[in-house]
Design a protein. Structure first.
Lengths: 279, 317
């Protein structure tokens, strides 16, 4: 028995190390590349760590106005899309978790269908429609589809959270004379806030990550987000991409993700798995 | 309309209860309406638009040449070997990455389930690939596999077929090595998601049952196949369904790593290229419709094949 336990513990320990290496090696690689000089990567530098460490890439990228515009667009678009998506999803999830109404299954099926929707198949019609409506290359042109594609995830996460809320309190409020709307706003919203917050994080991740629509529905730095802008980083030599610059941009665009993960890892895991596996 | 339906459905209940039910029904519809409208306006409407455009010969560079051609765009696509080649690539990427992720993700889930120390650290680490943007993952792996600047060649030179120095292995110079690099990036980024879903399923398997089978003399292998896996079937199926459909839509990795060079195009990339680079709105729309139908068919197939009860799996009885 003791031997088996020790063996299991050893296996788990090895697994722990493997997971850490798996998750962090590419991140360390990008970080290391961001400290390599342009000269070093141009002449070929297959070793993992830089021969001489430099901050030049960071200095350059923080003076790259295209990148800074893209960063502004990314933050603005992702935050607005997240806010709108979470507001709509909260209303819908409350109704789904709590109220009896016709068409509930239809709403859930629609959300499911949209979660599986191939985003790229929208490029062609949206490209056409957005030019007609003057939404091409604007913030709303990206915010609207981002909102749509994050709604399903937000609705699921939230309705799973909402089912766990002690609803007697809502009834108590209604007994005390509150209307269903008041009961929703005054009692449930504060209780549901952690769930809403989790849904917001997952939504933000999606909008921050999105690429296909971002390159198709934008044409200048007026609305281009960081992932799209990064694909336009080309140095003078097409056979030598600016490794250092791209790695530095990667590091900078990953910082918000790392901060969010460090602060809210427990919530994110709960949100990702909530309601997904209740068999 | 809702009034009559609700009244008819509950004829025997007291009038007050019926009023309440009506009000509840109305509030429910009002609350879901904004979300439903947004979802329909941004997906269903454009899809109808795409269906319409797909029947036209319509290229933005020659807008006056626009003409109704019926199903000819579909004919052009379905008889083109490029379309089938790209579909094949997409299926290969989907099958390989989901299969590998399922195995690796399950091992990760087992480790996370058993680990009693540093749970916060492991959870944080596993969320980093999940949260990192796909474009960054693609660049990281493109550089890792790079001819002059990658560490893969020098680290794995001891493996047959991998070389460093003057005739170093050019991963992006041939079809299969390039596909391999793309799949590595895809797997690295999405295994954490898979493992978290599987971990949630694993934690629902009752420990008592595992112990009982252990007492009955089941080996580790038997416990895995006869007790643990069957009891987390719902979690596995949901994970496979979501990841398979996600992998089928692969675009970012290919765009960044090869731009479709060495015949590594996926269905999504082909659609993108027709619309945005070739301005073939008619043909591109037909491709969009076909992509949509393929995903629909795939989803339907997986649900039927594995009898995934999504409503039940998500706790929506």
């Amino acid at each position: 028995m003791a031997r088996r336990t020790r063996k299991a513990l050893f296996g788990t320990g090895v697994g722990f190390v493997v997971i850490m290496v798996w998750c962090l090696l590419p991140v360390a690689w990008i970080l290391s590349l961001s400290f390599k000089s342009q000269a070093e990567t141009n002449s070929g530098s297959p070793q993992f760590l830089p021969k001489s460490w430099t901050l030049q890439n960071y200095r350059d990228i923080l003076h790259n106005s295209d990148f800074l515009y893209a960063l502004r667009n990314s933050f603005g678009i992702a935050i607005i899309a997240t806010l709108l998506s979470v507001i709509f999803a909260t209303l819908a999830a409350y109704a789904i978790a709590r109220l009896d109404f016709k068409g509930k299954r239809l709403v859930l099926s629609l959300a499911l269908a949209i979660a599986m929707f191939p985003v790229v198949s929208l490029i062609s019609p949206l490209f056409d429609m957005w030019r007609t409506f003057h939404l091409f290359n604007t913030w709303p042109g990206l915010i609207i589809p981002y909102m749509t594609f994050t709604l399903p995830l937000a609705i699921w996460t939230l309705s799973a959270f909402f089912r766990e809320i002690p609803w007697e309190m809502e009834q108590a409020a209604q007994v005390d004379g509150a209307t269903p709307w008041q009961a929703f706003r005054k009692v449930i919203v504060p209780l549901a806030a952690p769930g809403v917050f989790t849904a917001a994080i997952l939504t933000f991740f999606f909008a921050w990550n999105e690429f296909a629509l971002a390159i198709s529905l934008t044409s200048t730095t007026a609305a281009r987000t960081v992932p799209a802008q990064m694909s336009f980083f080309v140095g003078s030599d097409p056979f030598n991409p600016p490794y250092g610059q791209l790695a530095t941009a990667s590091v900078i665009v990953t910082i918000p993700i790392v901060i969010i993960v460090l602060l809210f890892q427990r919530k994110i895991v709960a949100g990702l798995t909530s309601g997904a596996v209740k068999g | 309309m809702t009034t009559t339906v609700a009244t008819a459905a509950t004829p025997r209940k007291r009038q007050a209860a019926t009023d309440r039910a009506v009000a509840e029904n109305r509030l429910g519809l009002k609350l879901v309406a904004p979300a439903v409208v947004v979802m329909l306006v941004v997906t269903a409407w454009p899809m109808i638009q795409a269906l319409y455009l797909s029947l036209y010969r319509y290229r933005l560079t020659t807008p006056n040449d626009r003409a109704f051609v019926g199903l000819r765009n579909y004919g052009t696509i379905l008889t083109d070997s490029l379309f089938w080649h790209d579909t094949f690539n997409t299926v290969v990427i989907m099958v390989v990455s989901v299969a590998v992720e399922l195995v690796v993700g399950f091992i990760f889930a087992m480790v996370m389930h058993r680990v009693i120390f540093a749970r916060g650290i492991i959870r944080t680490s596993i969320l980093i690939p999940y949260g990192i943007i796909t474009v960054v993952s693609a660049f990281a792996w493109q550089f890792a596999f790079s001819l002059n600047n990658g560490f893969v060649n020098s680290w794995f030179a001891w493996l047959p077929g991998i070389q460093t120095g003057a005739d170093a292995t050019n991963w992006f110079g041939h079809h299969w090595p390039a596909m391999f690099a793309i799949i590595v990036s895809e797997i690295w980024k999405t295994t954490p998601f898979m493992s978290l879903l599987l971990l949630a399923g694993l934690s629902q398997v009752s420990e008592d049952m595992i112990e009982a089978s252990q007492v009955d003399g089941a080996t580790w292998w038997q416990r895995l196949w006869k007790v643990i896996l069957p009891n987390m079937r719902a979690a596995i199926m949901v994970a496979v369904l979501f990841r398979a459909l996600d992998a089928f839509r692969i675009f970012d990795n290919i765009y960044v790593m090869t731009r479709g060079a060495q015949n590594t195009e996926s269905s999504s990339f082909l659609t993108y290229r027709q619309v945005i680079e070739q301005f073939q709105l008619g043909l591109g729309s037909a491709l969009s419709v076909l992509l949509f139908l393929t995903v629909l068919l795939l989803a339907f197939g997986i649900v039927k094949l594995f009898r995934v009860d999504l409503a039940r799996a998500r706790g929506e009885a």
